[in-house]
Ligand binder design. Structure first.
Ligand code: ADP
Length: 367
């Protein structure tokens, strides 16, 4: 049973606040992903968990035990790094067994048994006698994973482990990691700047910005109910459109259109955490958020009842499985993700409709 609790965790480097008061509960067996832009404090959070950095303030518990000042080697966690951190002069086998051998806690038979098991799980038997310079990037990362799993740790801490792989291999290794997790069910904390990786791997995803947690939720909940503008713009590719409006008499008024806010505007205001509420009062400036795939080119024949917005198409980008239209709504830029073979040309003005239930509203000042 490994639960990990972070309480008011804080880390300063001189005048930089890398981690600014984080509270987080990581469940036993969970695959938790921490995602956010470069420099937001993801790696530092992971390194604090591993004991590789000392805390400035706050507390880390594993299984109810305070480990805040416990040495890394006594935490029983295994780190997997972006650069693999393999010893170049050692074979795959030596790299995998080195930690176990030097701890003195394992018999040779036990070490052999664990290496065979890890080699089976990761399909790396043929890498055991090779040195890292005779392995591809993906093979090195497999060996690095082998080194982590033979220790049978309470938790895996993974810092951008797929970042050095090319796009195709990254997708393959992503599926591999998911499979490994469903086999081993070891608590895993995984750091990435890549929102696709976060969404596909995470049972829950923590979105960080500026040393703080913006939202913790299951991937689909993050996508459907972003707690604030930062999460809304960070999660989703292409990003959510952000359209400045003013609230007037239950309507969102833009320079070129006005649309009614759906009845029960409460749905717009927040997710179930109640974060990011927008006061819907007359004269309030707000940001209307709508995802590119939630805007639809309107067909006057069938959409007569729905409010429409006019958009001028600036650039059309055929993406194969969809057509991305870069548009202007007055002075506001806006993307529409349309059906792949839609007949529309740059310079054309299109009529756009939307599902009212898929609108988001954010505070113009605080996001
Ligand atoms: P991320 O992993 O999200 O890219 P980091 O946790 O590496 O972010 O860094 C968070 C902030 O802390 C950044 O501003 C970074 O420059 C700073 N930082 C990280 N490690 C150190 C260090 N050892 N010394 C000084 N500043 C650091």
């Amino acid at each position: 049973m490994t639960t990990v609790t972070l309480q008011n965790l804080r880390k300063e480097f001189d005048d930089v606040v890398a981690v600014n008061g984080i509270d987080l509960e990581i469940n036993h067996g969970e695959f938790l992903v921490i995602v956010g832009p470069s420099g937001c404090g993801k790696s530092t959070t992971l390194r604090l968990l591993a004991g590789l950095e000392s805390t400035t303030d706050g507390r880390i518990e594993m299984n109810g035990q305070d480990v805040t000042t416990v040495e890394p080697k006594d935490r029983n966690v295994a780190m997997v790094f972006q650069n693999y951190a393999l010893y170049p002069h050692m074979t795959g086998r030596r790299n995998i067994t080195f930690g176990m051998k030097s701890s003195g806690d394992f018999t040779d038979e036990e070490i052999d048994r664990r290496v065979t098991e890890a080699a089976d799980t990761l399909d790396i038997a043929d890498l055991l006698d090779r040195k890292p310079d005779a392995m591809s990037g993906g093979e090195r990362q497999r060996v690095a994973l082998g080194r982590a799993i033979v220790r049978d740790p309470d938790a895996f801490l993974m810092d951008e482990p797929l970042s050095n792989l090319d796009a195709k291999l990254r997708i393959q290794m992503r599926a591999e990691l998911a499979r490994l997790h469903s086999t081993l069910e070891t608590t895993t904390v995984y750091v990435t700047h890549d929102q696709t990786e976060a969404m596909t791997l995470g049972e829950r995803v923590v979105v960080m910005n500026d040393g703080q947690i913006m939202q913790v939720d299951e991937p689909q909940v993050l996508y459907d109910f972003p707690a604030n503008r930062f999460v809304a713009e960070f999660i989703g590719d292409p990003a959510m459109n952000m359209i400045p409006v003013e609230i007037q008499d239950g309507r969102a008024v833009h320079e070129t259109f006005e649309i009614p806010l759906p009845s029960g505007t409460d749905q717009l205001k927040s997710n179930q955490n109640g974060v990011g509420d927008v006061q819907v009062i007359d004269g309030q400036r707000a940001i209307l958020g709508i995802r590119p795939e939630d805007l639809h080119l309107s067909d006057a024949q069938t959409d007569g009842q729905l409010p429409t917005i006019n958009a001028e198409v600036n650039v059309r980008e055929p993406l194969g499985d969809s057509l991305l239209l870069h548009c202007s709504i007055g002075s506001t830029s806006c993307n529409i993700q349309a059906e792949p073979r839609t007949q529309v040309t740059a310079g054309e003005t299109v009529s756009v409709t939307y599902d009212p239930a898929r609108l988001h509203l954010f505070d113009a000042e605080t996001g």
